[in-house]
Design a protein around this ligand. Structure first.
Ligand code: ZN
Length: 66
């Protein structure tokens, strides 16, 4: 048995964080997703379609849970 150090596991589960339903992650405020104009446009479209309120969209963009 060798005493090997455990590799540091960095939890960056992008697939879970950036889901189609929630393209903005909540763990990293500096992540590019929060400034992605395409994502903003998508959210704006959802507001236009009545799927999201403006308040919900803002919180989504800021990465806060609804
Ligand atoms: Zn992100």
């Amino acid at each position: 048995m060798q005493d090997q150090p455990q590799p540091l596991v960095v939890l960056m589960e992008d697939d879970l964080i950036h889901a189609p339903k929630n393209p903005f992650c909540s763990i990293d405020p500096c992540c590019d997703c929060h400034t992605d104009q395409d994502l903003w446009a998508e959210v704006a479209q959802q507001v236009t379609n009545g799927l999201l309120t403006l308040e919900e969209a803002t919180r989504l963009i800021l990465g806060q849970q609804l």
